[in-house]
Design a protein around this ligand. Structure first.
Ligand code: ADP
Ligand code: MG
Length: 598
């Protein structure tokens, strides 16, 4: 018989194995230590890293601190001050509560802690010579804690081998830290990398944890699009959703700059991400991403954060309720942000009117120099958004409508190329390339959706379309619905006779149009049943049949009216199928392509 052995693993080995889950790389140490500092109630957290965190990670805070007599205990496995019963698990709002972090870090590095508890007179310091050989002595310190972690994985060569270059490890640390920077504006953060200060974020006055504040987001992400972001808000069903989402025109190829939180804890959940994208449907080109920073504050009993050792995932008790709340909240924000004059070029008179409305805004932006159309600092999008925000908050909705709107005023040149694209040169050194068919689709789609602005045209000779019994039954049921979008027909035996259509469809192949409508659903009868759900798809399909097509030559007047109708759209940026409508180019971009600096 072969030899059989049962071994009891030493605590050190057990911890090392556990550390495999908790401590993957220096960034995980940063995460655990920052979590602890946040849990300690700190309002000031300083992070120092050296050599990508491989040589040193040090986190200090001004939190409640640890009494000297407990300094050794915090390194014992499953020792935590945060929960004591299973029931507590259902109400935790702490970042960490497994009592695993410090023992794990201890088993893979050299760690020391200096801390002073708020209720103690003196501070203490614990240092380790080896896993269970430590010394504790008094150490002077203000209330709070410093944890110093040196030489990670030094004693575990196999793990050290898997670390990437210090630059990469540093980047991973930043990836961990950004979300915390974003969601805790009440905490001042300082990050020092190899003795150089890279972030020094002051806590924002009167700010609360778990809030997304534009000021902080701007300071952290340092990107232009942040200024154009809009607030998200939802409250109900045991949750509150807050945050900022980007303007549709700020879509991007990659999914960077997407941040989500549950009760202030950085997480990732594909369902939430999908819900955000869903809210942008038909506002951004298909497959494009949109920046967002969204926090979901939810009753702890409605979410399980206890499913992942690294706690990046959560499980919602009722995921679909959360997703639909997110979608609703973001949709509202997107509609608000696109409901004003966005992405349009202002005429001189509008510049003037705006400066009146925006008395307390940055004078520079609206100086008389800008009226001569040399906007250097600000894009028209941003201006108009700031503008609409201002108008909104002053309750001056009507002022917006009273503004002069001879929109085509600012056009210097307009012409067509390839019978497909419209080129528009604006006096403010901007160029638009417009896809004429996509633009017409967008315009028609919005008209159909609002069921207004549709001019009905009677057909001289009614168009007869032969249809199946099933199709006829559906059209019988939907007669009123179609009348609402200016399509009138009478149902005959085996066919319908179309009597009038919106002008946009006067030259369209109506047989094809109805064929496309019927192919929306496998079972034709479902169309009548689900008409409200199918409406968007139906209108998108119909818009495709609009009269301005690719390959059609257009008169100047037609182009100008297309442009005017386009900028009146809620969302002029993409066609209903999600393809882009407008490509904007600044003169400066064109210049720089030719390496021209004057
Ligand atoms: P957990 O955070 O899951 O409780 P840790 O191993 O991360 O487990 O920490 C163990 C305990 O050490 C914590 O419960 C807390 O009491 C104490 N502790 C750790 N870091 C800090 C800190 N920065 N400030 C105050 N207490 C701390
Ligand atoms: Mg912890």
């Amino acid at each position: 018989m072969e030899k059989f052995n049962l071994n009891t693993l030493s605590q050190e080995l057990v911890n090392k194995i556990a550390a495999g889950e908790v401590v993957e790389r220096p960034a995980s140490v940063v995460k655990e230590l920052v979590d602890n500092s946040i849990d300690s109630g700190a309002t000031k957290i300083e992070i120092k890293v050296a050599n990508g965190g491989i040589d040193l990670v040090e986190v200090s805070d001004n939190g409640v601190g640890i009494p000297m007599e407990f300094l050794a205990d915090i390194f014992k496995s499953h020792t935590t001050s945060k929960i004591s019963t299973y029931e507590d698990l259902n109400s935790v709002l702490y970042m960490g509560f497994r009592g695993e972090a410090l023992p794990s870090i201890l088993s893979v590095s050299n760690i020391s802690v200096i801390s002073k508890h708020r209720g103690s007179d003196t501070g203490g310091k614990i240092e380790f010579k080896s896993f269970d050989n430590y010394s504790i002595k008094k150490a002077p310190r203000e209330s709070g804690t410093v944890v110093t972690v040196k030489h990670i994985f030094e004693n575990i060569p196999v793990r050290k081998k898997y670390l990437k270059t210090p630059q990469t490890e540093y980047r991973k640390i930043l990836e961990i830290l950004y979300p915390y920077f974003l969601i805790y504006p009440n905490i001042s953060f300082k990050l020092t990398k190899d003795r150089r200060v890279v972030f020094n974020l002051a806590s924002l006055p009167d700010s609360k944890p778990h809030t997304v504040l534009l000021e902080r987001v701007e300071e952290v992400l340092k990107e232009e699009f942040v200024k154009r972001m809009t607030k998200v808000f939802y409250s109900g069903a045991g949750m509150k959703i807050t945050g900022l989402v980007a303007h549709p025109s700020d879509h991007q190829k990659r999914s960077v700059n997407q941040y989500m939180f549950v009760n202030g804890r950085p997480i990732w959940d594909n369902g939430v991400a999908r819900a955000v994208v869903q809210a942008y449907e038909r506002y951004i080109p298909l497959g494009e991403r949109i920046p967002f920073v969204v926090n979901i504050d939810i009753k702890p009993e409605l979410v399980d954060v206890n499913i992942h050792p690294k706690k990046e995932e959560v499980r919602f008790l009722n995921p679909f309720r959360v997703y639909s709340a997110v979608e609703e909240a973001v949709k509202k924000a997107v509609i608000t942000i696109t409901s004003y004059k966005t992405e349009r070029e202002f005429s001189p008179s509008e510049y003037k009117s705006r400066s009146l409305v925006n008395k307390d805004m940055d004078k520079k932006t609206y100086s008389s120099k800008d009226i001569t159309f040399t906007p250097k600092v600000s894009s028209s999008v941003r201006d108009s958004l700031l503008f609409s925000k201002e108008v909104l908050s002053s309750g001056g909705y009507t002022q917006l409508e009273n503004l002069e709107t001879e929109s085509s005023d600012s056009i210097r040149n307009i012409f067509q190329i390839f019978n497909k694209y419209i080129v528009i040169e604006f006096v403010n050194d901007t160029l638009w390339l417009v896809d004429q068919h996509a633009a017409a689709e967008r315009i028609t789609f919005e008209k159909l959706s609002n069921s207004k602005g549709m001019d009905k045209q009677k057909l001289l000779i009614p168009t007869e379309i032969t249809l199946s019994e099933k199709e006829l039954a559906v059209l019988k049921e939907l007669k009123e619905f179609f009348a609402g979008i200016s399509i009138d027909y009478s149902v005959k035996k085996g066919s319908i006779e179309i009597e009038s259509v919106p002008v946009e469809f006067i030259e369209s192949d109506l047989k094809k149009l109805f064929d496309d409508i019927f192919s929306l659903s496998d079972e034709v009868r479902d169309i009548a049943k689900n008409i409200s759900k199918l409406k968007d798809n139906l209108f998108a399909t119909m818009s495709c049949h609009t009269s301005i097509r690719s390959g059609q030559s257009l008169h100047r007047d037609e182009m100008i009216s297309l442009y005017n109708e386009l900028i009146d759209c809620k969302n002029p940026y993409s066609c209903p199928h999600g393809r882009p409508v407008v490509w904007r180019l600044k003169l400066s971009e064109i210049d720089s392509n030719f390496e021209r600096t004057y």
